[in-house]
Design a protein around this ligand. Structure first.
Ligand code: ATP
Ligand code: MG
Ligand code: FE
Length: 336
């Protein structure tokens, strides 16, 4: 079963060809980061225009790379939320057009289910699986009890972890997106700052990163006022160490309560080296830990094709009225 998949929820235009939900035949990713950097974040209008310019080129390239034609496809899949509405609409329009023109079933995919199923492209999921989703807009602990069956165990109450990385990075003078540079600095500096880890005092599985983010920003402001220069690499080191500790601790609590066959770490922040090391050390001997390769951690259409296969098997198709749902909540996954 070969599925053509589209992802255009944010600032990556991606088109992939995925076989049986496990094998990537092509995964074309056109990133727009350069166009957004001078604004310090993603500008929705700019993002939409890029998607329009890139999507046909990416589609042609994906089919060519995979060496398949429309007649070889079983379905067309597309992210319909969450994300930027204008951006989502471009992917939807492309997918719907192909679905209609080539008489192929259409599959709407939740972007976050896609992030989790990126793991399926590394190794088939084993159920029940525990997923730690750490991305630009989300921080969640999710139990996957069966294929496509999700239960949210912990959620973010304010800032997502990637957002915290980006905001702290901005204060440190790092270009958007800042996660990767903070990660590098964190291996060059020393852990000399103490920031609050309030969430660890509450014994639940929810996350909050606004406290630690504000503490870092206050520390920097205060130093500025008294004319003191702080070692930015030390701040990055201390910040990352605390964030990794919060993520690792809450994951441990989740695994204690919900015995799992696999632990999946998904989303853009799963690229973080400190997090990878900590999670691997902590849980590697206890269960199978899957970190998708970097290319599959960030936004990409292969992960959308991976999850679409689950919906294909359940014959969960959409019709051409499928619309963008910018605030498609992770909670919706539970109702599907
Ligand atoms: P969502 O998936 O929640 O809709 P998104 O798609 O914008 O949000 P992703 O593309 O999955 O998010 O991830 C982007 C985030 O990952 C950015 O915040 C970026 O700073 C962060 N990131 C990337 N690499 C690293 C790293 N090595 N360490 C920490 N954070 C990182
Ligand atoms: Mg992105
Ligand atoms: Fe994402």
């Amino acid at each position: 079963v070969i599925i053509l998949a589209f992802e255009s929820s944010c600032d990556e235009t991606s088109v992939a060809v995925v076989k049986n939900g496990t094998e990537v035949l092509a995964n074309i990713i056109a990133t727009q980061i350069k166009s957004h950097q001078r604004f310090g974040g993603v500008v929705p209008e700019v993002a939409s225009r890029h998607h329009v310019q890139q999507i046909i080129r990416c589609t042609d390239l994906a089919l060519k790379t995979a060496a398949v034609g429309y007649q070889d496809l079983a379905a067309v899949a597309v992210t319909y939320g969450p994300g930027l509405v204008g951006s989502l609409l471009i992917g939807l329009m492309a997918a719907k057009t192909i679905s209609w023109a080539h008489n192929l079933p259409l599959i709407g995919v939740n972007h976050l289910a896609g992030h989790i199923y990126a793991a399926n492209l590394v190794k088939p999921l084993k159920y029940p699986a525990m997923a730690l989703v750490v991305s630009g807009g989300h921080t969640e602990l999710v139990q996957v009890s069966e294929p496509g069956e999700f239960t949210i165990l912990g959620d973010t109450r304010d800032d997502a972890v990637g957002e915290a990385f980006d905001k702290v990075g901005r204060m440190l003078g790092i270009n958007y997106p800042a996660g990767k540079t903070i990660d590098q600095w964190a291996h060059e500096g020393q852990d000399t700052f103490e920031f609050p880890r309030a969430m660890l005092e509450e014994h639940n599985l929810d996350f909050s990163f606004s406290g630690i983010k504000s503490a870092v920003i206050n520390t920097l402001h205060h130093a500025q006022q008294v004319g003191k220069t702080l070692n930015k690499k030390d701040i990055a080191t201390s910040f990352q160490k605390d964030v990794v500790e919060i993520l690792t601790t809450k994951t441990r609590w989740a695994l204690e309560q919900y015995p799992s066959q696999q632990l999946i770490v998904a989303g853009g922040v799963a690229a973080n080296n400190g997090l990878r090391t900590s999670i691997q050390q902590e849980f590697g001997s206890q269960l199978e830990v899957i970190f998708p390769p970097l290319r599959l951690c960030g936004d990409n259409a292969a992960m959308i094709g991976a999850f679409a296969y689950i919906k294909y098997q359940k014959q969960q198709f959409s019709d051409l009225t499928l619309n963008a749902d910018p605030s498609l909540d992770f909670a919706y996954l539970q109702e599907q």
